[in-house]
Design a protein. Structure first.
Length: 203
């Protein structure tokens, strides 16, 4: 058999050996070099056993309708808000003072945060209090504003968005997803349907 051309190999989606046409091929770990990724592949046919490298090039990106980090397993959590609040909390403590532009950015982020999820009721209460303060006071008190990042972190970290399942290795793990985006392990099951039943009972 004459070796495939690049076009023929791509038309077969890289699933066939380009030397013998056998469909049992295995790939090694990908190697990254700049914008090019290569994958060493071996034909498992006993009569062939040839090796070659697949080439993958960066072609662009797909923008999801929603930020993937904000929507996990059908449950609403707010990891971006948590990360920003944490960064401000640490920076303001280190600098022993707040940055007013960052404070305005935090308020702007709160205004854009939708908290229609029932699990986010505590966050909604805090969000409403902060936004009401901002609307009612032209001059913000630095002591009051300095508390906001930590209060937001507490509201997100201490409250659950619900239970979620995740298939790991040969089992199914159940986690408690916090509003911050963190996951806390709850239980392990050998079968996914048992995890679904467990979530239905305790959700």
């Amino acid at each position: 058999m004459k070796p495939m051309t690049d076009l023929e190999y791509v038309d077969n989606e890289g699933l066939l050996c380009p030397y013998c046409g056998h469909d049992e091929v295995t790939g090694d770990s990908p190697q990254v070099d700049g914008m090019m990724v290569t994958l060493d592949v071996t034909c498992e046919s006993g009569e062939c056993r040839k090796q070659w490298s697949d080439r993958y090039a960066l072609a662009g990106y797909d923008a999801p309708e929603k930020n993937a980090s904000e929507d996990y397993d059908g449950l609403t959590c707010y990891p971006s808000l948590y990360s920003f609040a944490k960064r401000l909390n640490e920076a303001w403590e280190e600098n022993e003072g707040l940055d007013w532009q960052e404070a305005e950015d935090l308020v702007s982020m709160l205004r854009k945060t939708e908290t229609d999820n029932g699990a986010a009721s505590e966050l909604e209460v805090l969000r409403s209090e902060i936004l009401a303060y901002c609307d009612d006071n032209e001059d913000w008190d630095s002591g009051e504003v300095a508390r906001w990042p930590n209060l937001i972190m507490i509201a997100l970290d201490d409250n659950s968005a619900g239970l979620m399942k995740e298939n790991i290795d040969d089992g199914c793990q159940v986690f408690d997803l916090r509003l911050s985006g963190k996951k806390e392990w709850v239980a392990s099951f050998n079968q996914e349907n048992l995890a679904i039943v467990f979530i239905g009972l305790y959700q």
